[in-house]
Write a protein that binds this ligand. Structure first.
Ligand SMILES: [Zn+2]
Length: 400
């Protein structure tokens, strides 16, 4: 009952009680609600329009007003943090991290101290160091167990751990003294720290500082990679990689050759949702001419599909020559014998098709082939994605 938060004698909010049950930003909002001297009974009213009755139209105009206020850099409460909110939504980070950043700055994370403010009898010590109180700034920045994570940030624009500040003030300071990239590093790293903290609490698993830092770095890199690929594709009017129909699997293949070195092939088989069934980066036994390597890549893809018991397949290669050779059942040239072998293998499928795809769109297979060529090490991923190619796979899935 709201009335239990109001002192009937003074007709004011019971500030102590409100501070105990609500988070600081909620307290601010509640204390700004004016109380009527007559103290009428509790009821829910909609403040979005004069009549006090909710309608979608009035909610829309209300939301628009809030957005406009953020746009022009002011807020209904003259909030000094408003420029930060605006900045957070512009960061090149996944939405879940931007929401996390906003919650952390609003003191809205369920840290033990924040939970302890609402409910009594809760252990409020930090689960990492087990010494200090688990406040937002402690668990994300100042805990001694995090020092090694933060020491990895050589280019941090401020002396991060110099003095105890509120988390939001640290974010503001970085926003004013550093670049958007610095703010992205702060939030991606604190997100990774919070993720690790939750694993400690719920799964009793703890990662090393290097893993926590590395995870944050990867998130930033992957996200930017995916955005770049999406933007490149938007600029191009052509259709990119497309997912196969239901129950059909698409096999993208590519070959890579290096003068004097072993050839490499890349294969990725995906389903109608663009999810990876199997991916392979394989070093070949010899050093082959480009056309032969492309044909061997097709052969490798077909072999993998057969091993997995697939029935309906579409093979995509960026080598027009090989695609035409298979379609015309050619046995000419150096690749002729490989093409003939592929045709025999294809007889065991209930349906198959081979088609050409521009190199720009065959990028996952291309990267896998390059990896084999560069590292001279074969690798296979079964029902899993090669993590370093996740941003490319993600961009392809955007076409599903
Ligand atoms: Zn701690």
């Amino acid at each position: 009952m709201v009335s239990s938060l109001i002192d009937v004698d003074t007709r004011h909010w019971k500030v102590d009680k409100i501070r105990r049950y609500f988070l600081p930003f909620e307290v601010d909002i509640i204390l700004k609600i004016p109380l009527s001297y007559t103290l009428p009974e509790d009821k829910i009213i909609w403040v979005g329009c004069k009549r006090g009755i909710f309608s979608v139209k009035s909610a829309y105009y209300r939301a628009l007003k809030v957005v406009e206020k953020v746009e022009v850099g002011e807020s209904s409460f003259g909030d000094y943090r408003t420029p930060l909110w605006k900045k957070i939504w512009q960061l090149k980070l996944p939405a879940k991290i931007r929401i996390f950043a906003w919650r952390a700055c609003m003191e809205g994370l369920p840290t033990k101290l924040n939970l302890g403010r609402r409910w009594m009898n809760i252990e409020i010590k930090c689960p990492l160091c087990e010494r200090e109180l688990e406040s937002t700034s402690h668990v994300l920045l100042y805990c001694t167990k995090l020092w090694h994570v933060w020491w990895s940030w050589n280019t941090c624009p401020i002396n991060l751990l110099a003095e105890n500040k509120e988390f939001v003030d640290v974010a503001l300071l970085i926003m004013y003294t550093g670049s958007p990239k610095d703010l992205e590093t702060l939030f991606a790293t604190t997100w990774s720290i919070w993720y690790n903290r939750n694993r400690v609490v719920h799964e009793s698993q703890c990662e090393t500082p290097a893993q926590v830092w590395g995870f944050a770095q990867r998130i930033q890199g992957d996200y930017k990679g995916a955005i770049t690929v999406c933007q490149l594709r938007k600029q191009s009017p052509e259709v990119g990689w497309a997912a196969p129909p239901l129950e059909v699997y698409k096999i993208n293949v590519d070959g890579a050759t290096r003068m004097g070195g072993l050839s490499g092939v890349g294969v990725v088989i995906r389903d109608c949702r663009g999810l990876v069934l199997v991916a392979e980066s394989k070093v070949m036994a010899g050093s082959y001419e480009a056309g032969v390597t492309e044909a061997l890549a097709v052969e490798e893809g077909v072999l993998l599909a057969r091993e997995r018991g697939l029935h309906q397949i579409i093979i995509e290669s960026d080598s027009l020559k090989v695609v035409q050779a298979i379609r015309s059942r050619s046995s000419h040239g150096e690749a002729g014998t490989v093409v003939q072998g592929v045709l025999v293998l294809l007889e065991s499928f209930s349906s198959w098709k081979v088609q050409h795809l521009k190199r720009d769109y065959n990028i996952v297979a291309h990267e896998l082939a390059q990896m084999a060529k560069g590292s001279a090490k074969s690798q296979t991923w079964e029902d899993a994605e090669p993590t370093m190619l996740q941003h490319l796979l993600l961009a392809d899935r955007a076409n599903c």
